[in-house]
Write a new protein. Structure first.
Length: 201
């Protein structure tokens, strides 16, 4: 039994759960590299956060690319959810399986790791089953080694560190940067001036 668990953990994506009668949703929006909006058969819409992975924020290097990849894979497609509760923002946490016309369903969470567009969210790894935790960690390691996706940059910053730095950064000062080009050498110069609010009329 232990050998079977280890082999499953080190392999590729797991087969989809036996979801006889599982609800099917349509992806109606991709909000970022790990968040979807889905609609059920009754027309109700919910927001789904892909469990146990963390993609770059949209204002972070790689964030828009990760969103584009997930959009290409999921937007307008039928998916099923292996739900894992709710996060603190009220989003449904889930392993998301994209239905295929032929062959087994695609596990989007694992695919993003495998192609290098997300980190394994280790802060929540203890919420995963052991075999899944091994598979996700192995997928990230393989993507790193191959330099796929985000890992083309060896210094790629994990999203949780990016968010922490943003929380610590001071509020932006009231300065406006005006760029102009020197006609002789085509270099950029930045003229920075402090703006003062005008008195009310």
């Amino acid at each position: 039994m232990l050998a079977a668990v280890v082999l499953t953990g080190c392999g590729g994506p797991a087969p989809p759960p036996d979801g006889g009668g599982a609800s099917v949703f349509i992806v109606v929006a991709v909000l970022d590299g790990d968040t979807l909006r889905v609609r059920d058969a009754r027309g109700q819409v919910r927001t789904v956060r892909l469990a146990a992975i963390d993609a770059p924020e949209l204002d972070q290097p790689g964030g828009v690319q990760a969103q584009s990849v997930l959009q290409a894979w999921a937007l307008g497609r039928a998916v099923t959810l292996e739900e894992r509760g709710d996060d603190r923002h009220g989003r449904k946490l889930a392993v998301v399986w994209r239905q295929q016309e032929e062959g087994p369903a695609l596990e989007l969470n694992h695919a993003l790791l495998e192609h290098g567009w997300a980190w394994h969210y280790r802060a929540h790894a203890d919420e995963q089953r052991l075999a899944q935790r091994w598979r996700y960690a192995a997928a990230e390691r393989a993507a790193r080694s191959a330099g796929r996706g985000l890992w083309a940059d060896p210094d790629a910053m994990p999203p949780w560190e990016w968010r922490r730095l943003k929380r610590r950064s001071p509020a932006p000062s009231q300065r406006v940067g005006a760029a102009r080009i020197s006609g002789s050498c085509q270099r950029w110069f930045w003229a920075v001036r402090r703006t003062r609010p005008r008195a009310a009329p």
